[in-house]
Design a protein around this ligand. Structure first.
Ligand code: G
Ligand code: G
Ligand code: MN
Ligand code: NA
Length: 250
């Protein structure tokens, strides 16, 4: 497959880049974190979406070096931001299986000078499924470094609630499919309310993903959601624009 052979070459040729999407703290009314999102512009095929190339990179194990590049680049960029702004990095289940994740995170933090407290690692429910005992051990070890752990796309996997029991996440990111139809579907609002309440009682912050309208913002805010992320506030931004936005909001 063309994508497969293109991945390695793409990394050496500098075809990958990161964009950053703000997470807004609703109490403080300012940016708390920026989520790093990977982009690939192939020399011939043009822009290829992560939804297409990440599954292939996972399949062939290339997500390990690619994920290390993402982590390094995200931490390097974030080290230049004000101290109260964190960076969030998405991790694939395959990176958890690779054994060297913990060492890699330690090394990258040391090399970039980013304090561990300013790094959030986002994992999905599929990470918890893969090999939960070993995964939970690695998560605890990462947490002891001072890194924070978020459960991404919450509510889309199979038995979300049991994962909240196996590991004390710092943050729950409510999947945008629940936010999308707020207003149109009452059940979604009830689920969002319940997840926010659950997060609060377990000591986990909640982020509403995919907030695109004022009505959605008002709804999640009214129920005590801590953060929002979505096109209403900002699309993912290139490094320079992300810094400008941070400075404009400070
Ligand atoms: O940014 P976008 O909506 O195109 O992302 C599509 C999917 O790819 C999302 O599920 C997102 O979490 C994932 N993704 C984006 N960047 C990364 C990355 O650096 N690593 C991993 N593992 N997934 C990513
Ligand atoms: O799976 P994860 O939550 O990491 O995916 C993040 C992806 O969600 C990013 O690729 C980003 O482009 C996308 N995204 C962020 N905000 C919005 C939004 O408001 N609406 C939609 N449709 N997608 C969004
Ligand atoms: Mn994410
Ligand atoms: Na998500």
């Amino acid at each position: 497959r063309m994508i497969e052979s293109g991945l390695k070459l793409g990394l050496t040729r500098g075809e990958f880049s990161l964009v950053f999407q703000p997470l807004m703290d609703l109490d403080k009314n300012r940016i708390s974190c920026m989520e790093a999102l990977l982009r690939w512009e192939h020399s011939e095929m043009g822009v290829i979406s992560p939804g297409e190339f990440i599954p292939i990179a996972e399949e062939i194990g290339f997500i390990v070096p690619l994920g290390e590049w993402v982590l390094t680049e995200a931490c390097r960029v974030a080290a230049g931001w004000p101290e109260d702004i964190s960076v969030a990095v998405n991790l694939s289940p395959v990176q958890f299986k690779s054994q060297r994740l913990l060492e890699t995170v330690q090394r990258v933090l040391r090399e970039t000078g980013l304090p561990a407290s300013r790094l959030e690692l986002e994992i999905t429910e599929s990470v918890m499924i893969s090999d939960s005992e070993q995964t939970v051990e690695v998560l605890h070890a990462l947490r002891s470094l001072g890194v924070r752990i978020s459960m991404d796309d919450f509510g889309t996997g199979y038995s979300s609630l049991s994962y909240l029991r196996s590991f004390p996440f710092d943050k729950i990111k409510i999947d945008r499919s629940f936010i999308e139809d707020v207003g149109a579907q009452d059940a979604n609002m009830e689920i969002i309310k319940a997840v926010i309440a659950l997060g609060r009682s377990l000591g986990m912050a909640t982020t509403a993903e995919g907030v695109e309208t004022e009505a959605q913002l008002d709804a999640v805010r009214a129920h005590g959601c801590n953060e929002i992320q979505g096109f209403l506030f900002s699309r993912p931004l290139v490094e320079k624009d992300a810094l400008e936005m941070i400075q404009a909001m400070a």
